[in-house]
Ligand binder design. Structure first.
Ligand code: GLU
Length: 471
């Protein structure tokens, strides 16, 4: 029997499935599951043509077990309260999994950003920020938004500017939002962080021999056949990192349709083609597929849905032929799809772990803002001088010369982007093993999503218990 769940209902269902594998008091579990605060607002803006439109928007704080709350702001026509609640809840579990000390939050503005001018979008973003400020739903220590579907650095810059204008002299104001342009206090590497985290996470899973053996796949990402749905920030960067690592991106899907080439598609070339022609279709050498969902059903090793929720459900899941599904989007699979894949032995690598790269690097950005210093500034030159000294010693003691290429590599002191990438790599590797160890320790856990929830629930519950709220 297939039941229909709202998005928040689906998150609750996954939570309940996992809660059975924990030993926490039902009251603690209920508190973790509940959304602590939901702020729904309506405000008017004057459009460029003089008309007035009333905008519907939300900010949800799912959990205050740690503060600030953290999570992106989405601009999409489909935004609704249930969706923002679900996404905020996922943020709580996501932060717990990657050991980022935030509670979950999420925001949404119910607009299709393609239908508004840049000036109108700026007015909407600034007004939304003012509404958040009025109710203290934003601030470096209370709630810190970031980009999500339909928003990016530009919007984060407007948020920061509005916040600083209304909080003059607040020394940590830059930490009120992350995903900002680097010139406004952003951190290098944040833009590609979610895609890079997706890559690091899947690479780590592909490097576990017994997991690959069960899927009848060779170890490693090299040569893997990958399909990506969505060429936005997350999809584009995920695809790009896979291509750079020697995987073959054989299929891509966007609004207008899907393309396929068994020999592999060059991501940047497809991106440029889309920019010039307005579509990914008719890309030289590739076959057009009929619909934008057709790519989800391609025969491949790894399928990466990187757009919106509920794209793989009870209806199309039986036709999915991938061996691994990497959820780069939030909630791309419904609970029905999960059950079908668990039965078929398809490995679903869950969103709340796999796409946590964005919030992990947001955490790095927030730390940078609070410390008021760029990563690497204090130690880069010192390390370079020290490395040079060691190299010179080795050369003079051995009488042998290190090649210039190797020298450059060894001498190099870490820049901000190097530290962000390696911090993210470490985070994703650790999280992978925490989840896999949980799964191994309890073979009754049906899938990786449930194992990830168990890890998350245990961490949040421990934190509540240690706060003394639930002695
Ligand atoms: N919107 C992203 C997510 O869903 C990033 C959130 C953040 O950086 O706070 O994880």
């Amino acid at each position: 029997m297939s039941e229909h769940y709202s998005f928040f209902g689906a998150v609750e269902k996954s939570f309940d499935k996992a809660a059975k594998f924990t030993k926490w008091d039902p009251g603690i579990l209920e508190q973790i599951k509940a959304c602590n605060a939901v702020y729904r607002m309506r405000f008017p803006i004057k459009k460029d043509n003089g008309s007035i439109e009333v905008i519907e928007a939300y900010r949800v704080q799912h959990s205050h077990h740690k503060t600030p709350c953290k999570g992106g702001i989405r601009f999409a026509a489909e935004v609704n309260q249930d969706e923002v609640m679900a996404l905020a809840a996922l943020m709580t579990y996501k932060c717990a999994i990657v050991n980022v000390p935030f509670g979950g939050g999420k925001g949404g503005i119910k607009i299709d950003p393609r239908k508004y001018s840049a000036y109108e979008l700026e007015k909407i973003t600034r007004r939304y920020t003012s509404e958040l400020i009025k109710k203290k739903f934003i601030g470096p220590g209370t709630d810190v938004p970031a980009p999500d579907y339909g928003t990016g650095e530009r919007e984060m810059g407007w948020i920061l500017d509005t916040y600083t204008a209304m909080n003059p002299g607040e020394i940590d104001a830059a930490g009120c939002v992350t995903g900002k342009p680097v010139s406004q206090g952003g951190v290098r590497g944040r833009r590609e962080a979610t895609g890079l985290g997706v890559f690091f996470g899947l690479r780590e899973v592909c490097n576990i021999p017994d997991v690959m053996e069960k899927l009848a796949l060779p170890v490693g990402v090299e040569g893997k056949r990958v399909v990506v749905q969505g060429l936005g920030n997350v999809g584009y960067h995920s695809a790009k990192f896979f291509q750079n690592a020697g995987a073959k991106v054989i299929g891509l899907a966007e609004f207008e349709g899907s393309i396929y080439n068994e020999e592999g598609l060059d991501i940047d070339a497809v991106f440029t083609h889309r920019k010039t022609t307005g579509s990914i279709l008719n890309f030289p050498g590739a076959k057009n597929l009929e619909t934008n969902t057709a790519a989800l059903e391609l025969d491949c090793d790894i399928l990466i849905p990187a757009a919106l929720e509920n794209v793989i459900n009870g209806e199309n899941a039986p036709r999915v032929k991938a061996k691994i599904i990497g959820e780069a989007a939030n909630g791309p699979l419904t609970p029905e799809a999960d059950e079908i894949f668990a039965k078929k032995g398809i490995l679903v690598v869950p969103d709340m772990y796999l796409n946590a790269g964005g919030v992990t690097v947001s955490y790095f950005e927030w730390l940078k803002n609070l410390s008021h210093v760029r990563y690497g500034r204090m130690e880069k030159r010192f390390n370079e001088n020290m490395n040079t000294h060691i190299l010179n010693q080795i050369e003079s003691l051995t009488g042998k010369k290190v090649s210039d290429k190797e020298k450059g590599y060894i001498q190099h002191g870490a820049d901000e982007v190097d530290l962000v990438y390696s911090g993210l790599e470490e985070t994703m590797i650790t999280a992978t093993h925490e989840i896999m160890n949980e799964w191994k320790a309890n073979p009754a856990i049906p899938d990786m999503r449930t194992a990830a929830y168990v890890v998350a629930v245990n961490k949040v519950a421990t934190s509540y218990a240690e706060l003394g709220i639930f002695p």
